[in-house]
Design a protein around this ligand. Structure first.
Ligand code: SF4
Length: 534
């Protein structure tokens, strides 16, 4: 029995619910009357509802995000159908804007718009006392020194098996029109010493994988420096730290600390989104491209930081040609991963002001991706969407570190080369998910040798090295035959590979797409651990 159930519908098991842990931590004397239940998107709504109702709660709180809005709607409808007297309270970015138009909000008893850390406990107390608060409540921005930190809510299992979200600040001073964080002004910082003490406690308990969700970690140099120094001085092998950084701000004092971290322990996610200055100005995004490029060069040359860079296709006024030029420019900067995002129209964001002029048409259902605009028609946008998925499989996965660049060698445009491969692959596979690694290797081999006329022995040897590096023992026999060395005549470009039996496909469980566990043997739809562009 629990008076309050906080139900989290997470994108994947590895992503714990950060927001609901804040709510639980701030419930005061109600905390002991509360349970936090976590589910992932593979669970059936009726099973989720069963698990919730087993606790016979009086209040159920659910965080609604872009990745779980559909499932959450079904869960709320079932809850209210089965138990009309149960008070269902919603919060989260997805219901914080355009609230009244949403069926899920109409179904729920109460919706808290904005940061609910302190507003939810107040509301829960009123409900348990029998009061009748309004249907929609707008939470005032909490003073962060009054918010209890949620880190004790992480269980030992979380510490061992999941990414630990942490944050030193909230908000962003920039105003990129596609981004929810642009509405989050002003930037506020948690008191530093209690935050560092909480990190220390997590480390003492064995935490290893920290993801800072601060939207612009390097904005406040003094705080960024203090945190990095703290982590560096306590660093142990196996720990890993992820930060979202503004790419054009990396002064000397931060560089000196960053370069001291062992290779592979820091990951920086740097949002670039567009290299077209006109498009950037149109969406109110400010960035200094010269400094950005210099910083990325420096990181690649002088540090072991894993760089994850973001670009977005479909922005108003950005053509395929403009995006291609930006993509090629980014490939030349050699980030370890490029997240090729498709523009989403997130609720509440001002990007909608361009809809008429640029013919922006978005999917009305989550995750609200753009379907077409004046410069990119629907069939072309579909090609870009597939490019993005296949880029994850081939380039970002790390499975084909040496083989992937052969697609654009020598000296071809990475974008157009990969687009051709993407079109070819889709014609073969007719799908973008659940392609087993050996099968993908076979298709890569076939494409590179027959279409791009690379030497089969070289391609096979390159694939073999990639498989060996990733610890994969299942290089298909049809490729292995070339590594063992059939006669050059038999292996001439354009000739068919030996008629060997294809290795049976298998579909092992997809692993998390994270640098700490980069190997995936079967690739599913990309995870949606972020509800917004950053
Ligand atoms: S895209 Fe990044 S810099 Fe721009 S508003 Fe969002 S969080 Fe801030």
């Amino acid at each position: 029995m629990a008076d309050i159930v906080l139900a989290a519908l997470n994108a994947k098991y590895i992503h714990p619910a950060f927001g609901l842990r804040y709510l639980k931590a701030n419930l005061g004397d109600l905390r002991d009357r509360t349970v936090l239940l976590e589910f992932d998107l593979n669970r059936r709504p009726v099973d989720i509802v069963e698990a919730i109702l087993e606790h016979r709660p009086r209040i159920v709180g659910i965080g609604v995000y872009i990745w779980n809005a559909t499932l959450a709607t079904e869960v709320v409808q079932l809850l209210k159908t089965l138990r009309p007297a149960l008070k269902v309270v919603l919060g989260g970015p997805e219901v914080s804007y355009e609230t009244e138009q949403q069926p899920i909000a109409q179904c729920a008893d109460h919706v808290i718009c904005g940061e609910a850390d302190l507003a939810f406990p107040r509301l829960a107390r009123h409900l348990l006392e029998g009061q009748s608060p309004p249907h929609v409540l707008s939470a005032p921005l909490p003073a962060l020194h009054e918010v209890a930190l949620p880190y004790e809510e992480y269980t030992d299992e979380d510490l061992t098996h999941r990414i630990l979200y942490v944050e030193a600040s909230r908000g962003c001073p920039f105003s990129c029109e596609f981004c929810l964080s642009s509405l989050d002004i002003p930037v506020r910082t948690f008191p530093l010493q209690p935050f560092l003490a909480a990190l220390q406690r997590l480390m003492d308990r064995g935490a290893r994988h920290f993801k800072f969700v601060d939207r612009t970690f390097n904005l406040n140099l003094a705080v960024a420096r203090a945190i990095l120094e703290f982590l560096l001085h306590r660093h142990r092998e196996g720990r890993f730290y992820h930060f979202e950084m503004i790419p054009d701000r990396l002064p000397h004092e931060l560089r000196e600390i960053i370069r001291q971290f062992p290779p592979g322990t820091l990951q920086f996610e740097v949002g670039i989104q567009t290299f077209n200055p006109e498009v950037a100005a149109r969406i109110s995004r400010r960035q200094n491209y010269a400094r950005l490029e210099e910083n990325l060069h420096w990181l690649r040359e002088h540090t072991g930081v894993h760089i994850h860079a973001d670009l977005i296709a479909g922005l108003p006024g950005e053509s395929v040609e403009s995006f291609a030029a930006g993509f090629d420019r980014l490939v030349a900067l050699r980030p370890h991963e490029i997240q090729f995002g498709i523009l989403k129209r997130l609720r509440g964001t001002p990007i909608v002001r361009h809809d008429a002029e640029w013919g922006m048409i978005y999917n009305p259902l989550p995750p609200y991706e753009i379907l077409e605009n004046r410069l990119i028609d629907f069939p072309t946008m579909q090609r870009l969407r597939r490019f993005s998925r296949y880029w994850d499989l081939v380039a970002n996965s790390g499975h084909f570190l040496e083989t992937a660049p052969l697609l654009w060698a020598p000296n071809r445009s990475p974008f157009y080369s990969f687009l051709e491969w993407s079109d070819w692959l889709f014609a073969r596979a007719r799908r973008t998910d659940a392609i087993a690694l050996p099968r993908l290797a076979e298709w890569l081999f076939e494409y590179l040798t027959r279409v791009r006329t690379h030497d089969p022995h070289e391609v096979a040897a390159t694939l073999a090295r990639d498989f060996a590096r990733g610890g994969h023992r299942d290089l298909p026999p049809s490729i292995r035959a070339y590594v063992c060395g059939p006669s050059p005549a038999a292996a001439a470009p354009g000739t068919a590979p030996p008629n060997t039996r294809r290795q049976a496909l298998h579909s092992s469980r997809a692993r998390s797409h994270s640098p700490a566990s980069p190997a995936r043997t079967t690739v599913s739809e990309p995870g949606t651990d972020k509800g917004d562009h950053a």
